[in-house]
Design a protein around this ligand. Structure first.
Ligand code: AMP
Ligand code: ZN
Length: 112
């Protein structure tokens, strides 16, 4: 997607603070962190949101979720973290390329 900011980050056209990369996934720090540690897990495949996912994305979604605790630990979130997937306009989604926020650190997060 030529006008997608996360596709541009994946292509290396926009810089990011990467914490992880493999053949299917990248993870980079959020430019506007809401916690001392805040990064996002992003599939290299452009999928707009969870709404656009189907059975063909099952393995990719599993891979993303399984990476969350591993990368959280690597980023120093030893005692817990929060994940968030904003979906669609009313879900507060700003960037329409699927991503999982992972954040925490500093203090116990308030209950939602
Ligand atoms: P949302 O779509 O609501 O889950 O939020 C998208 C997130 O992407 C926001 O938290 C932004 O701060 C973050 N973001 C937007 N542009 C960039 C960028 N160039 N590098 C890193 N994070 C970004
Ligand atoms: Zn994209």
């Amino acid at each position: 997607m030529s006008d997608c900011i996360f596709c541009k980050i994946i292509a290396g056209d926009i810089p990011s603070k990467k914490v992880y990369e493999d053949d299917e996934v990248v993870a980079f720090h959020d430019i506007r962190p809401i916690a001392p540690v805040h990064f996002m897990l992003v599939p290299k495949l452009h999928v707009a949101s969870l709404t656009e996912c189907n059975e063909s994305h099952r393995d990719l979604l599993g891979r993303l979720l399984l990476l969350a605790p591993r990368l959280a630990k690597e980023q120093g979130l030893e005692t817990g973290f929060r994940t968030m997937i904003n979906t669609g306009h009313d879900g507060g989604q700003e960037v329409f390329h699927l991503h999982i926020h992972v954040f925490g650190g500093g203090a116990t997060l308030p209950k939602t």
